[in-house]
Structures are given as C-alpha cells and as structure tokens.
Design a protein. Structure first.
Length: 290
C-alpha cells in the first residue's frame, strides 16, 4: 500500500498508533479513558501519563453494545493492573450522542474533545529500519543536491561577474583607444617639436658650445701634469684625447669631469688608459648628450 509513496521518495519521519497520539495530545498526564470512532468501529483506549495501556475495538459501537462491552473491558483492565476507574473520560466530538451512555456506564464526567488540536509528539515510532535508512539516504542526497546547487550558483555568479568585468575592461579599452586616436595629431606634433628642439640644442644651448665645453674641461684638469691633446665635437657627442704623467691622474680627470655641474648635459666614459714607454698614460674620454 505504501509502495507508490516509497517509490517517489515520500517516507514519513514517524509511524505511531493513532490512539497513543490522541492520548498524548488530550491527556498527557494522569490516567484517562478515551473513546473515539475509527471507520465503522469504536475504539476504547486506557492511557496513563499519555502512554497507551489498553486498547479495544468495538464493532458497530451502538449504545446497547457499550452497555455490554464497557463493563467487561473495565474489569479486564483492572485484572491486568490498569486503573480504568479514572474520572478523566474523553469522548470524541463525533460521538456526542453517546455521552450520556458512556457517562452512565463509567460513572464519571465525560469531556467532549475535538480533533482540531495539533497532535502532540510521542516517542513511539514503528517506522521500519529499512524505511529509516532510506529516508536518511534521501535526506543526505537532498542535502548534497542543495549544496551542489549553491556551489553551482556561486560559480555561476562569479562567472557572470567575470564576464561583466571583462566587458567593462573592453569598453574602457575601446574608449581609451578612441581618445588616443583623437589625440594622435597633437601628440605627433609635440614629438616632432621635441625632436626639432633636441636637434637645435647644440646650436642654441650654451652648454653645447665648444668653447664653453673646453673651458669647463680645462677647469676640471687635476694638475698641469694632465694635458689635452685633441678635442672633437659633433651635434650630440664629444671626444677628448689626452696624456697624463700617471694613470691615476687620468682617472682623477674623468672623476672631476663627471662632478662638474656645467658638464651635466653629457654622460662621460673613459676606457682604461694606455701606458706609454715613458710611463705616461694616454687616455680618451667620450661624452654623449643625455
């Protein structure tokens, strides 16, 4: 009967006796007698502190049958050590017409109860172990499915953010390309002007005048033992040949040239001096415009 539900994965958390649940709902403490219909039968239940102690089913359940069956059931319960003389008698609201009969038989006030109250939790669980394992397996599968969906959603969101970021980058690059293209004529003019000024610098800048350069070179001589023998200059480059009594004086000369603030427009380098037969050092200094 439960196969269609099991095949679809609908497995209950708990299977319990309806009488125990109704007793736990309406009489959670003390002893009580509870009578309620179930289909075409009438169920007679004795409970103690919400737990089922005795249950019997009456076929038909009319007043005459109750007159016969209830005293016998009450006696059977007393013989089994169950207190069935409780003054707390509960009768289902659908059996209201039997109230006087039940009250006369049990000699106790009878309370009419409804089924609208939510069922109270009970510890009795008749769920088969195989069903419990299958339900736990389905719960775990659903949890993993939920986690995978969350992970997939997170990755999807990250992918969308990445695509949006790439789209924004492409848009900004295209905008920069358009601005560069718009500014290209002005940029080219500035570059051409700079190149012309650099070409004219030796002619109009005093730092590039040969006389000025020679003056500062002579100011940088460490002593009279260092002599300049040749000087050559082009638009952007100069060369100085000389001779010193010692190689140390040649090195002092190049160091003073590099430290001279009036010669900062050039970058000077000197190869190792060549030692002559008279132990003098012959050197060549080259300077390139910065």
């Amino acid at each position: 009967m439960a196969s269609p539900l099991l095949e679809r994965g609908y497995i209950p958390r708990q299977i319990t006796v309806y009488a125990a649940q109704r007793a736990s709902t309406h009489a959670p403490s003390g002893s009580a007698v509870f009578i309620y219909p179930e289909g075409e039968t009438l169920v007679y239940v004795v409970t103690e502190n919400g737990k089922l102690s005795l249950a019997r089913v009456f076929e038909g359940g009319n007043g005459e049958q109750l007159q016969i069956e209830l005293p016998q059931l009450r006696l059977s319960a007393e013989l089994e050590g169950i207190d069935a003389s409780s003054p707390n008698v509960l009768l289902d609201e659908t059996c209201y017409e039997m109230r006087d009969t039940v009250q006369g038989i049990l000699s106790s006030p009878t309370e009419i109860v409804g089924i609208e109250l939510p069922p109270a939790p009970v510890k009795l669980n008749l769920l088969p172990e195989s069903w419990r394992r299958r339900r736990l397996q389905l719960i775990r599968q659903a949890e993993w499915r939920r986690r995978l969906l969350l992970i997939g959603g997170a990755y999807g969101a990250l992918l969308l953010l990445l695509l949006a970021y790439l789209g924004l980058l492409r848009f900004q690059i295209a905008r920069l390309d358009r601005r560069i293209a718009q500014d290209a004529p002005g940029t080219e003019f500035v570059r051409a002007t700079e190149a012309k000024w650099k070409a004219l610098a030796p002619a109009i800048d005093g730092h590039y005048y040969p006389v000025e350069i020679l003056l500062h070179l002579f100011e940088s001589l460490p002593s009279a033992d260092v002599r300049i023998t040749a000087y050559n200059q082009s638009a952007r480059q100069i060369s100085v040949d000389g001779e010193a009594n010692t190689a140390a004086l040649a090195y002092q000369f190049i160091e003073k040239i590099k430290k001279n603030p009036d010669l900062r427009a050039f970058q000077f380098d000197m190869a190792a001096p060549r030692i002559l037969s008279n132990n003098h050092a012959q050197f060549r200094i080259e300077g390139r415009a910065k």
